[in-house]
Write a protein that binds this ligand. Structure first.
Ligand code: ADP
Length: 164
């Protein structure tokens, strides 16, 4: 049976930390689906459609990776519909561990047949988050090395549109 994993996240924006987790995850599964989901507790910089388009562009070189977007269903429900038996998540720190542990337990309760698989962040990216990068960019800091070029350019375009 085909091993399919869903990597859900808000990816606002997609960072090189995410891409590293995707690259490693793509080697572990027959198919890896990146799910661009709305996190209701975070304010979003990009619209879901913009993220879908940009992330698809960035990940074009991974043959067994595809990108989807949705905002109204539970992650495990989407996984079921996609035939994914695994959820992939990244862990950067103890703080992530605590947060991820609760989400994994809740998903286990909702769908016991789906297993969450964790990858520790590469140490080169363990200190970065989408929120931190956004914050630094708004105030003009250079964080280019942490972002795929297409994403960096899209952020700059957005920042210019808002006159910052
Ligand atoms: P969410 O809003 O669901 O937390 P994120 O886009 O912030 O979505 O993160 C998606 C997943 O990627 C999470 O499991 C998160 O821990 C992981 N992640 C975030 N940043 C990094 C990074 N720099 N390196 C590796 N994994 C990361």
């Amino acid at each position: 049976m085909k091993k399919i994993a869903l990597f859900p996240g808000s990816f606002d924006p997609l960072t090189k930390g995410h891409v590293d987790t995707i690259r490693r995850g793509a080697k572990m599964f027959d198919e890896l689906i990146v799910g661009v989901f709305v996190n209701t507790s975070k304010k979003s910089l990009f619209e879901p459609e913009e993220k879908l388009q940009l992330i698809t562009e960035v990940l074009a070189d991974f043959p067994n990776v595809r990108v989807i977007s949705q905002s109204s269903k539970l992650t495990v429900e989407i996984a079921g519909e996609l035939g994914a038996s695994f959820l992939l998540r990244g862990v950067r720190s103890v703080k992530d561990y605590e947060y991820e542990k609760d989400i994994a337990a809740m998903n286990k309760h909702l769908a016991p047949e789906i297993e969450t698989v964790f990858l520790f962040a590469d140490e080169a990216y363990a200190h970065i988050s989408s929120s931190l990068l956004k914050e630094v960019i708004i105030f003009g800091g250079d964080v280019r090395k942490y972002l795929p070029p297409e994403i960096y350019e899209a952020i700059i375009r957005k920042r210019n549109t808002y006159g910052k």
